[in-house]
Ligand binder design. Structure first.
Ligand SMILES: Cc1ncc(COP(=O)(O)O)c(C=O)c1O
Length: 332
């Protein structure tokens, strides 16, 4: 039995899905969505707020402010409510409606940026807005997930050792890159471990994190329009870029088997299965990290009209990917 008195005290860190029967490759998916914030970002949020509390940066009149595509915002909303702080989340128009409503239900204020910055995209515009807020009133405390070392330290302390405990023979680890907090925390930890682990960073096509040209990205979580300052590429062995249509296909393939995961999980699983197809998969122990669950994406990734409007017809072309509508399988 677990008994808690604050919501951030609970997190399921030991749950994996064996994807062999769904994708045909030995791949264990670490599920990070089972906590009251619904995502892996609870770990970074808890670590950053605890550090700010310890350092005396937060006082009773403080207003937390953060730029987030959603999940960190939900986690901070939850922690702020639990600790009695006000929280302002600066997001952009790609943030799912349900995520925004969740933050508001937890008592946070949500400011949505609708115009990308010509050079820095939506992220650049969000960061400018946060800087302007902080300059306007010194009660604002910006945790700055893109530069805060607590972001990667959370995963160095928790995520990586949790994986190593369950998979002492781990060979390859697939990790999505947003702020790169998860990637850097795990990569640092496994670099210090007793045996080599191949660290594969997963990014969405159109992200500039690992170089490459910027392009349209509609699925929040992974990718960045500005290079993340936490990233140290020397800790990454390989990078796999994934097209959003492949993300959507992987999500639907999982959903057809009863596992409703978020968009970044589809991206990571798509990258991992294509990587395993090119390697001697049966001799490898492989783990991928699933940052959240699918309910926040019901009106996007799991909505046939949205898929067709964004990506055109025929994205879900295999039987395994096609959503069931009115009791039959229908191509979109
Ligand atoms: C759904 C989802 N996946 C992946 C990530 C990326 O994690 P990180 O910021 O640690 O790179 C995020 C970050 O917000 C996310 O919300």
């Amino acid at each position: 039995m677990s008994v808690i008195s604050v919501p951030q005290a609970f997190n399921e860190d030991e749950l994996y899905v064996d994807l062999r029967s769904i994708f045909g490759y030995p791949l264990f998916l670490k599920c990070e969505g089972f906590n009251f914030a619904g995502s892996i970002k609870l770990k970074a949020a808890a670590e950053m707020v605890a550090a700010a509390d310890r350092d005396g940066a937060l006082t009773c009149g403080s207003i937390l402010v953060e730029s987030s595509s959603g999940n960190l915002g939900v986690a901070l909303s939850m922690i702020a409510a639990s600790k009695g702080y006000r929280f302002v989340c600066v997001t952009d128009s790609r943030c799912n409606l349900s995520t925004r409503l969740l933050m508001e239900a937890l008592g946070s204020e949500v400011h949505t940026i609708t115009e990308p910055d010509p050079a820095g995209g939506f992220l650049g515009a969000r960061l400018d807005y946060v800087r302007a807020l902080c300059a306007s009133d010194d009660r604002y405390v910006w945790l700055s997930q893109y530069t805060n070392p607590g972001n990667w330290r959370a995963h160095y302390r928790t995520t990586a050792p949790a994986i190593a405990r369950q998979f002492p023979q781990l060979d390859v680890l697939f990790i999505g890159a947003g702020t790169t907090g998860t990637l850097m925390g795990c990569a640092h930890w496994f670099r210090d471990w007793h045996r080599p682990v191949h660290i594969v960073a997963v990014d969405s096509l159109g992200s500039v994190t690992f170089g490459g040209s910027p392009g349209r990205r509609m699925i929040p979580g992974l990718g960045a329009s500005v290079r993340p300052p936490l990233l140290d590429e020397s800790l990454v062995d390989e990078v796999v870029h994934v097209e959003e249509t492949d993300t959507v296909r992987a999500c639907h393939r999982l959903a057809r088997r009863g596992f409703l995961f978020g968009g970044s999980t589809g991206t990571v699983v798509s990258a991992a299965t294509s990587w395993l197809a090119r390697h001697d998969a049966d001799r490898l122990t492989a783990v991928a990290i699933a940052p959240d669950l699918g309910e926040r994406y019901l009106d996007t990734i799991y909505q046939a009209n949205w898929i067709e409007a964004i990506y055109g017809k025929g994205v879900l072309r295999d039987d395994a990917d096609v959503p069931v509508q009115t009791g039959r399988q229908t191509a979109v």
